[in-house]
Every structure is written in structure tokens, then in C-alpha cells.
Ligand binder design. Structure first.
Ligand code: GLA
Length: 352
């Protein structure tokens, strides 16, 4: 059966404060939240210096804390998904002694941010610090999309990000007649962890073979003309990226003028390209997209994120959501989980 999940930031904050009080015997002095995100279009383009169009979700992570004077960091998570131990303590890094990734895994990203944080200042530098933490502590050579949308998102808007210049522009996403439905396939194929860095390498190799800094600098015609210089697979990977960057610009323009049909068509093209040229989809994601596309009122649907499992994103008329969820679940061989979210704010300080 389909399930609804919508943890409220307020509930999470209350839970975090309670856990803090129990552990440390005092009220925390600071509380912050950071959103999850869904990428509407522009997949596997960020590490190619391309364009992406994500929005932040009203599903958030909440963190509370207080400064301490003894040079130690104590961490505690209440996440049920976290590996054991759920609490740990370590000294703050110094010039002589760096933090290292290890176990428990849930703490690695936090440690990475603590390790790299002294290098940050401006907002985009903070995003880069978090990206570096993901590279060196979580082991994923990701692009900059997730970190920038988490920092810069504004309620009621998607964010067009140029991952080369780091320029961003807000794209209104406020129409009450429109909904964004996220469907979790609840599968994650282990392939993902090795294929992501491989895709990144393949893209960089094609750019190099064509004498360019990145695939952002490559036009489709140049890629066609340079076909002999790259492998068949490399050509397909690059064709996805070059086409996807173009689609993302077109999709942002379509959303700006309220042309949801055009946006939906571009989403479907994106999915097909990710499936056939970039080869990061999987049967479960394809099935979810197919099912969504057969529902009246659906404009478009595609896999979202790195691929090999995870979620699809569907743009549809708000009035069609109940029917869409029911139909998708009926058609899907697995168990789907649905999230309906407005475009939400980025990371912020919480007050109580
Ligand atoms: C993952 C990465 C992002 C991006 C997407 C694919 O989510 O963290 O940086 O590369 O995959 O678009």
C-alpha cells in the first residue's frame, strides 16, 4: 500500500530538544534546519558545469546544539536509519590533527563539514565546503547542486543554478493548480556508488578529447563532429549532458511563462536520455515514470537524482494527485512512497 510521510519541522525540533536535554541536561542554545531537495530537471549536469533546476522540500533535517569550551564535539542522532553507535565524541580538528571519516557512517558528513568549515565565509563558499565534505568524508564526487539549493532556496520558487558561474535565478513555482509529486521507488541498487564516479570520469574524458574544459563548453554539433575522437559510450554520455543542459534552460523558460505542457515534455525527454544514453535509470524507475505518464492531468515525469533507484518526480495538475498516486501504486511491482511538497525555504535558524 502507498504510505504518506510528512514529518513536520516543529515535531522534529521538539524531538531534537528533548534528546538534547536528556543527553546534556540543558536546553540547546541554537536550532537550525536544512531542507531535502528534488531536482525538477538538469540531471548529471552539475559536475559538467551545466544547469540544474531543483527546488527545496518541506521535509527537513533539524539540528540543535550549544557551544562548549573544552575543545570536544559531542554528536547524537535520533535518526532510526543511522548505524550504531548513535552518539560519539571527538576533539575539534587542529592544524596538526585532522578528522578522518570512519564509522558510524552517519557522522561522516558532519565531521567533514566541521573539518572544512574554517575555509568558508560567503554563502557559495559554504556550499563548496559541504561539497568537499561529501567528496572526502562521504566518498561521493558529487556536483554542487544539493548544497546550493539547500542554502539558497526560497519558498514558492525553484532555483535555476548555473554550476559554472554559480549564478542563480529564482523561478516562481506557486500555482495552486500545479503539484510536484515525488515517488520513492524504495530501491537503491548498489551499482550507483561505482557508476556515479565512472560517469563523471567519462564526461571529463570526452571534454578533454574535444579540447574543452567541460561538457558545458560543447555544442551538440561539435560533439557530432568529434564523434571519432571519443568512444561510443563516451559519445552517448556526452549527448545526454549536452542535451540536458539545453533542456534545463528551456524548462526554466517554460516554467517562467507557465507552459507546463512544454515543461512536462522536457521532463520525459530527460528521462529517456538518462535511461538510454546516460544509462542511470533502472526498471523500477522506468515503471514508475510509465505509470505516471498514463494518468490524465500529468504533464511529465522522470527519474530524479543520481539514479539506480531512488525517486521519480512528476509534474501534474493538483486535482490529479490522488488518482495519480493510486494508479502508480497499482502499476508498480514494488512498494512506492509518495511525497507531496511545496517549494520550500533553504537552511535557516529556527526560533522557539
Ligand atoms: C547526486 C549528486 C548531485 C548530482 C545528481 C545528479 O544527487 O549529489 O550533485 O550530480 O546526483 O544530477
Amino acid at each position: 500500500m502507498a504510505a504518506w510521510r510528512r514529518p513536520q519541522a516543529g515535531d522534529l525540533l521538539a524531538e531534537a530538544r528533548r534528546a538534547f536535554r536528556e543527553e546534556f541536561g540543558a536546553e540547546p542554545e541554537l536550532a537550525v534546519s536544512a531542507p531535502g531537495r528534488v531536482n525538477l530537471i538538469g540531471e548529471h549536469t552539475d559536475y559538467n558545469q551545466g544547469l540544474v533546476l531543483p527546488m527545496a522540500l518541506d521535509l527537513v533535517t533539524v539540528l540543535v546544539g550549544s557551544p562548549r569550551a573544552d575543545g570536544l564535539v559531542s554528536l547524537l542522532t535520533t535518526s532510526e536509519d543511522a548505524d550504531e553507535p548513535r552518539r560519539l565524541q571527538f576533539p575539534l580538528p587542529t592544524a596538526q590533527r585532522s578528522l578522518e571519516p570512519g564509522t558510524p557512517h552517519w557522522a561522516n558528513y558532519v565531521k567533514g563539514v566541521i573539518q572544512h568549515y574554517p575555509d568558508s565565509g560567503a554563502v557559495t563558499a559554504r556550499a563548496q565546503v559541504c561539497q568537499r565534505a561529501e567528496h572526502s568524508f562521504a566518498g561521493v564526487p558529487c556536483g554542487i547542486m544539493d548544497q546550493l539549493i539547500a542554502l539558497l532556496a526560497q519558498k514558492g520558487h525553484a532555483l535555476l543554478i548555473d554550476c559554472r558561474s554559480l549564478e542563480t535565478s529564482l523561478v516562481p513555482l506557486l500555482d495552486p493548480k500545479l503539484a510536484v509529486l515525488i515517488t520513492n521507488s524504495n530501491v537503491r541498487h548498489s551499482l550507483g556508488s561505482s557508476e556515479y564516479p565512472l560517469r563523471r570520469r567519462q564526461c571529463e574524458e570526452v571534454a578533454r578529447a574535444l579540447g574543452k574544459d567541460s561538457l558545458r563548453e560543447v555544442q551538440l554539433e561539435e560533439l557530432e563532429a568529434g564523434r571519432e575522437l571519443v568512444s561510443k559510450e563516451g559519445f552517448q554520455r556526452a549527448r545526454h549532458v549536452v542535451g540536458e543542459i539545453r533542456r534545463t534552460a528551456q524548462a526554466a523558460a517554460a516554467l517562467n511563462r507557465g507552459d507546463y505542457k512544454a515543461f512536462g515534455r522536457l521532463m520525459v525527454e530527460s528521462h529517456n536520455s538518462l535511461r538510454d544514453d546516460y544509462e542511470v535509470s533502472c526498471p523500477e524507475l522506468d515503471q514508475l515514470v510509465q505509470a505516471a505518464l498514463s494518468v490524465p492531468g500529468v504533464y511529465g515525469s522522470r527519474m530524479t537524482g543520481g539514479g539506480f533507484g531512488g525517486c521519480t518526480v512528476t509534474l501534474l495538475e493538483a486535482s490529479a494527485t490522488a488518482q495519480a498516486m493510486q494508479h502508480i501504486q497499482e502499476q508498480y511491482n514494488g512498494t512506492a512512497t509518495f511525497y507531496l511538497s511545496q517549494a520550500a525555504d533553504g537552511a535557516k535558524v529556527l526560533h522557539w
